[in-house]
Ligand binder design. Structure first.
Ligand code: HEM
Length: 419
């Protein structure tokens, strides 16, 4: 979580320093560097950290190999900065080496996740989502290495931009959307005190998305528009099923009021479904849109999906799980020995609300700027986003600060008697 937060700050800073990047072609080296700072530095790091902590809780088991987890963290911490730098200066040889280190870390993550799921003996949507997401992430990094090698030797007889699209969608949909379609049904009911009474719809949603992605990936790589459209519609239908199922689970909740984190997660989920439709428009033959900047372009779609969808989902999820996990580690062993605060009291509601709110508000000017190529809009959006990110990071660091209590003996605790 700490490493992910550092990358979030770096990603937001890069955009403040050069907001005009969003008016350039998306395959420009600096745009690809910015993309990986966000997706690989922030989103993947945080999502993997969450899986290490939550998969054992959700599956009622322990993490199969903690040492693999530490190796993964080290490889990710060393490899991603080098990757972002090599994209920036477009050094494909350095990218190959750094990418190999990152891929090795992801391999350890995937093997660890599969073994943890197998050890638990569990099936069902959450277990399958974890298995599938780990598989898609591994495929993404392998495709990334192939892309890097191909940019060096040009041995794949396909358009590199088409390959880039396939790699990007395997990562964004295969890893993140699959994970959200599974783990979301564990987390949202847990934090709102609701329940999933019927798993058929979440299951259908997840599998429709999987089938859609299996159709979409080769269609993107080989530039087959109609097949791509079919894939995009299947994926969107799958995500819509998951959204309806989540709505049903929420109808049974006992906590009527949504806190900022849950609200952000739900808004982000709605935008992710909308992005599916936006993607269908991009891939459909004869409809406007493409890699050329200006108007409805691939970058507008990316800002919507990643900034408007994925960011509130992951940041909202962090607002719930970081206090929860920190509380378990810092105060769990002290329960019954003295007063302990409530997990929700570790975070600052004001920082959370403003942080998430500004991040979400930034998306409109960023979209307008990317569409019209007006830099002023992009500057406004980049500053709003950065302000939201700083407030959010301050909130998260304030929560993580409680971890130092975990290192001190229970008698040294000075907790406020809130619960
Ligand atoms: C070892 C890890 C990885 C390597 C070596 C790698 C490599 C690459 C390369 C070489 C490109 C395209 C450059 C071009 O041909 O113009 C690219 C684009 C992209 N990658 Fe990765 N990648 C990795 C991991 C990931 C992950 C995990 C994700 C997402 C989950 C991801 C998302 C993207 C996206 C969205 C683009 C499009 C960027 C743009 O158009 O601006 N990559 N990657």
């Amino acid at each position: 979580m700490g490493l992910g937060l550092a990358w979030l700050l770096i990603g937001a800073t890069l955009l403040v320093l050069e907001p005009a990047m969003l008016t350039w072609p998306h395959s420009h080296p600096h745009v690809v560097a910015l993309t990986h700072a966000w997706v690989l530095g922030f989103f993947v790091t945080v999502a993997c950290g969450a899986v290490y902590q939550l998969a054992p809780v959700a599956l009622g088991t322990t993490l199969r190999n903690e040492r693999y987890g530490w190796w993964h963290l080290g490889l990710q911490a060393a490899g991603v900065p080098l990757m972002v730098y090599s994209f920036w200066v477009w050094d494909m040889t350095l990218l190959g080496h750094a990418g190999f280190a990152v891929a090795l870390g992801i391999l350890l993550f995937s093997v660890n996740t599969w073994r943890t799921v197998r050890q638990s003996g569990r099936g069902g949507t959450v277990a399958w989502a974890l298995n599938l997401a780990a598989g898609w992430l591994l495929l993404t990094v392998l495709l990334g290495l192939l892309l890097a090698a191909n940019r060096h030797w040009y041995f794949v007889p396909l358009d590199p931009i088409a390959l880039l699209r396939a790699h990007a969608h395997v990562g964004l949909i295969g890893f993140f959307v699959t994970l959200l379609q599974g783990v979301g049904f564990q987390l949202v009911p847990m934090f709102t005190l609701g329940e999933v009474r019927d798993w058929r719809l979440p299951n259908t949603g997840m599998w429709l998305t999987q089938i859609g992605l299996v159709v979409l990936t080769p269609a993107l790589a080989w530039g087959l528009g109609w097949l791509g459209l079919l894939g995009a519609l299947l994926i969107t239908a799958g995500m819509a099923c998951s959204a309806v199922a989540l709505r049903r689970a929420l109808a049974s909740r006992k906590k009527r009021h949504f806190d900022p984190g849950t609200r952000a997660f739900l808004w982000g989920g709605a935008v992710v479904v909308l992005s599916g439709l936006a993607g269908a428009v991009l891939v459909a033959p004869g409809l406007p849109g493409g890699s050329v900047p200006g108007g409805y372009s691939a970058l507008v779609y990316a800002v919507l999906a990643v900034g408007g969808g994925l960011l509130p989902c992951i940041a909202g999820m962090m607002c719930k799980i970081v206090p929860f996990l920190t509380w378990m580690r810092a105060y769990g062993p002290r329960v019954g020995r003295g007063p302990t605060p409530a997990a929700s009291a570790l975070a600052s509601a004001g920082l959370e609300r403003w942080g998430l709110g500004l991040q979400f508000a930034a998306i409109a000017p960023l979209l307008i700027g990317t569409w019209t190529l007006h830099e002023t809009w992009l500057q406004v959006g980049a500053w709003l986003l950065a302000t939201g990110v700083v407030l959010f990071a301050a909130d998260m660091l304030g929560v993580l600060r409680h971890l130092r209590l975990a290192a001190s003996p229970p008698s040294a605790t000075k907790a406020s008697p809130k619960s």
